[in-house]
Design a protein around this ligand. Structure first.
Ligand SMILES: [Zn+2]
Length: 159
């Protein structure tokens, strides 16, 4: 049997910027992800799921995702994008990270891990390594520590 080339030839596959109702491998993968999470695979969820889950580990705001959806010819309202992000979060597909009190980022890596937040640039990235804590506080009576969220805020150095 022939081995299929893994590289997709340029030009004749529709391209990632053209979002259509056609079912390709990415769409199938996305559909399965939604179904496994107990979500009905609506057109809107599929369109946004495609942008979120097929591009590796991502940190997005609703505004970023909204812009991407528009660029991919998926005309959804910002409110729909917000609602869908919240539904994905409730279903365990995303983790919400409140970086600055106003804006939430949505992380496609739902594990607990520390982040850098670039103030003034609206960028959230993972801290690769080098963060250790020697001691955790005792939880309050009747409680246990659920997780430790760490956001290290960065700003540009003045030169
Ligand atoms: Zn992250």
């Amino acid at each position: 049997m022939d081995m299929h080339a893994t590289a997709i030839p340029a030009g004749n596959d529709g391209g990632p910027e053209i979002a259509g109702p056609e079912v390709d491998e990415g769409m199938q993968q996305c559909l399965q992800l939604l179904v496994d999470a107990g979500l009905r695979p609506t057109r809107q969820r599929l369109a946004l799921g495609r942008l979120l889950f097929l591009r590796g580990h991502r940190h997005v705001t609703a505004e970023i995702l909204y812009e991407e959806a528009m660029a991919a010819n998926n005309y959804l309202s910002l409110a729909t994008v917000y609602n869908t992000l919240n539904q994905f979060t409730e279903a365990g597909l995303l983790r919400r990270i409140a970086a600055d009190g106003i804006k939430s980022f949505f992380d496609t890596d739902t594990s607990v891990h520390p982040h850098f937040y670039l103030e003034g640039e609206d960028v959230l990235v993972d801290v690769a390594d080098g963060l250790t804590f020697n001691r955790m506080p005792e939880a309050l009576p009747g409680h246990e520590i659920a997780r430790l969220d760490v956001i290290v805020h960065l700003r540009r150095k003045r030169v």
